[in-house]
Design a protein around this ligand. Sequence first.
Ligand code: ADP
Ligand code: MG
Length: 553
Amino acid sequence: EMSVEKHVFEADVAKLLHLMVHSVYSDKNVFLRELISNAADACEKLRYEAIVAPELLGSDPAARITLTLDEENGRLVVEDNGIGMSRDELVESLGTIARSGTRAFMERIEAAQGKDGAQLIGQFGVGFYSAFMVADNVDVVSRRAGSDKAWHWASDGKGSYTVSAVELADAPARGTRITLYLMEDAKTYTSRWTVERIVKDQSGHVPVPISIAEKPGAEPAQVADGTALWTKQKSEISKEDYTDFYRGVAGQYDEPALTIHFRAEGRHEYTALAFVPGSKPFDLFDPDRKGRMKLYVKRVFITDEAELLPRYLRFVRGLVDTADLPLNVSREMIQESPLLASIRKGLTNRVLTSIEKLAESEPESFATVWENFGSVIKEGLYEDFERRTQLLALSRFRTTVSDDGPRALSDYVKDMKDGQSAIYYLTGDNLAQLKASPQLEGFRARGIEVLLLTDPVDSFWVTTAPDFEGKPFKSITQGAADLAGIAKQGSETASSQASPTVAEFVSFAKATLGETVSDVRASDRLTESAVCLVAPEHGPDRQLQKMLQGAGR
Ligand code: ADP
Ligand code: MG
């Protein structure tokens, strides 16, 4: 006589499910990684809550994930003894799209369509709903730790789901049991050999042991021991192990561009395992996006909101594990702790030096990292004054001479012309538009390189970075261009002062334009065009003026 509530999926979930069900993506195995990673997360959340409420563990303290195969009925069951879900949590977590990343993913996949869309599914974790790639019905029975109620969620993935209370006898004592009613072409997921291989391949390093029962009621046998990868010696870890672990922690299915694994010893001790992703996450510029570095204390997951890295390194994924904090540390205490400051400093340095080394030893891999994350790293040029010089040296820029890839400032400075004292730049919305700018004429004529800056952050850092190797940054749209002292290419001498006719024109223009301009000057910046607008010497340059106007300031 227990009542069954029927709910309609949020519109975005319905769309996502439709994509899942009709996806032509061939590597459907990823659904198992997603379900196992959720099960492991649930065990970690319980471990954390049990620090202050040990009674939640009851008589069953050891975390575990069990897969039960049922070939006869074409079913696969994934069960954990983690935190479980209340009725409201079931509706919230499995009826809406909570992850901002998934929302961005949806937009991409809809824009991509067809085959590309399928590849996107393979590249990025899409969570619980991926179960519908292999199952035409999914049952979730869950009992939250410490609760005396259990709930049943069920759906065929076609727009709605039901929620009802179930007898405690029909639910796990604690945690979540997910039953997949496998589609005809997905029955292979009841094969012991297949499932064991997939688990070892893609989930061998989740920090909770995983067992497989060959049929309902059979004794489960362990296939992964739940040892934390980061506690092992580097020499014991293969590249595949790292990649596998990265995919779990990053929720991306690509290869990491950079793996950073080290143990800090001395006054503060901790282990860090961090990755620079091989491709761009969708939510990189989402203002709500949280950092993706997890903090563990003695292998217990504590929080992913400890801000272990500055915002401009928010693309780095991974974790830090330390024994130097008490397990029952509150999240507020963490923020204040000197250990955290020390970790943040040490980790930031390691990440930056690793990227620097990559730039030296593997310029092509570095180019990809810069392409993906350069616009984020550049935020550090105005957010992290202490490391500004280091970040400027790491930065690469398109310039008027950079046809074979972006250039380093050290190269720019090396190639400066005789008499040139500044690093010149031009900011704007896109490269083609910048390259066509008449402001460049005088610089081209003299063979002077100009940085072409098209990222929105560029307009901001250039105003706060005073110089590089003693050379100030100077917008070519601002003030006098000071080109008179530098010889034009193909001519021996520097250009002479403005002729009398030009002087006459200047006074005519001043008189005519009156208050609408602050000055009219003869300039060496043009060679073909007759006139152009420039911004005053001090204050925002032309692009920043436009951006500020656009922002209603
Ligand atoms: P994500 O794991 O990135 O949050 P998912 O789609 O995989 O996204 O899962 C959505 C949410 O459903 C999780 O955040 C969690 O709150 C809940 N959930 C899924 N599986 C479980 C589980 N086995 N135990 C407890 N909660 C779960
Ligand atoms: Mg998940």
